[in-house]
Design a protein around this ligand. Structure first.
Ligand SMILES: Nc1ncnc2c1ncn2[C@@H]1O[C@H](COP(=O)(O)OP(=O)(O)O)[C@@H](O)[C@H]1O
Ligand SMILES: [Mg+2]
Length: 369
């Protein structure tokens, strides 16, 4: 029998999307074909402790309760992770994984921090690298990259939290003059709509800015668009491809945390009802947005389609989008002819491809050589 690939399935994490990550990871663990892959579950608690499950264990709840403590090794030639048994902290066990699948969303999972660890340890991993992850996390940097790539983005202004505290009148005036109502206020480095408010009048602006300031040192304000929300899945490394576009129809006024996770009634329409021209344009823009942030492997590009003018704006890219079997990203690929288990095969293949490509890069330099 061909040697199975050991997939380190990293899930949980310190972000607000901890629970979503557990659901996504459970779907992935169940769908990884057991004849091809051996799942090594690695759970990160809310407090940031790492726990290791047994190889082959796909019941992720067991790992969460009884796993061993694991500390990532940064020694590229040594074991990829050093495991410390909780009961005997000095006995070092070795776990090697062939590839890491970080099924983590948001801060410390999708933002390049954990990707930096994989780079140091020299482990192939699924998804964007350090730069793509962090650029795709920061809505201000991301929008600048999109704009630079010639992609239409909703007008925005950025203020530092410290500016808002020090000069509230100036910040208010800036937002009102540059953007105007209705507008959205967001903490740029978050997800799941946490800390985001829609502001229709001057009366509610200060509270929205205070809320966003709780979650980030930067605050972003942008024009509210009366929009349909269109999403497109991108897959690939240097020659990425786009899926058919889908549409999210939120149950609330906008796709807030409640509409995403708590309340029933938000709907996905796959494929989205768009004209052939709009479909084509969405797919083409999705690929360009992916490339603009230096995407690798996968990304879900979200659009705002203005109901009044028909103008299409790129809203954001998610480099580790929701990955449950009913999430938009896998559903879009399924509708494009790539079922969930094959999508996982492809993502793992892309992780190895990228790793091999990087192995050909020279990091040393001797003058005269
Ligand atoms: N400029 C905007 N105009 C209209 N709706 C918006 C705008 N920005 C955000 N939204 C709404 O807020 C939701 C969350 O915003 P988004 O920028 O996608 O942040 P997150 O990363 O938390 O998903 C969107 O899905 C959409 O419903
Ligand atoms: Mg979003």
């Amino acid at each position: 029998m061909k040697k199975r690939i050991r997939v380190g399935l990293l899930f949980g994490g310190r972000s607000g999307e901890h629970d979503v990550s557990i659901i996504s990871a459970t779907s992935v663990a169940k769908a990884l074909e057991p004849s091809k892959y051996e799942v090594v579950p690695i759970f990160i608690t809310r407090a940031g402790a790492w726990r290791l499950g047994r190889a082959g264990e796909t019941d992720l709840s067991a790992v969460r309760q009884h796993g061993l403590a694991v500390t990532p090794s940064v020694n590229p030639s040594g074991p990829k992770f050093i495991v410390l048994d909780k009961l005997s902290p000095h006995s070092k066990l070795k776990v090697d994984v062939d590839v890491i699948f970080p099924v983590l969303h948001g801060t410390f999972g999708e933002d390049g921090t954990v990707q930096g660890l994989f780079e140091l340890a020299g482990i192939p991993y699924v998804g964007a690298g350090v730069l793509g992850s962090s650029a795709g996390m920061d809505k201000d940097v991301m929008k600048r990259l999109f704009r630079d790539a010639g992609l239409p983005v909703v007008p925005w202004v950025l203020a530092l939290r410290s500016e808002w505290k020090r000069e509230p009148t100036r910040v208010r005036r800036l937002i009102e003059e540059e953007i105007g109502y209705p507008l959205f206020v967001k903490p740029p480095n978050l997800g799941s709509s946490v800390g985001i408010s829609k502001v229709s009048s001057a009366r509610k602006l200060a509270a929205a800015l205070d809320l966003a300031a709780k979650y980030d040192r930067k605050i972003l304000a942008e024009k509210a668009v009366n929009a349909r929300e269109i999403e497109c899945a991108v897959l690939g490394n240097d020659r990425p491809e786009a899926s058919v576009p889908g549409e999210v129809v939120p149950i609330n006024e906008f796709y807030d945390y409640e509409a995403k996770y708590l309340k029933e009634g938000s709907r996905l329409a796959i494929p989205a009802k768009l004209s052939p021209h709009q479909t084509q344009r969405t797919r083409e823009m999705a690929v360009r947005a992916f490339q603009a942030v230096d995407g690798v492997g996968l990304g879900r590009v979200d659009f705002l389609l203005d109901r009044t003018t028909g103008k299409l704006f790129v809203n954001e890219i998610n480099t580790l989008p929701g990955f449950t079997s009913i999430s938009m990203y896998p559903k879009l690929w399924e509708a494009s002819g790539l079922p969930y288990p094959q999508l996982l095969d492809r993502l793992i293949e892309l992780a190895f491809d990228r790793h091999r490509e990087k192995e050909g890069i020279r990091y040393d330099y001797k003058p005269g050589s």
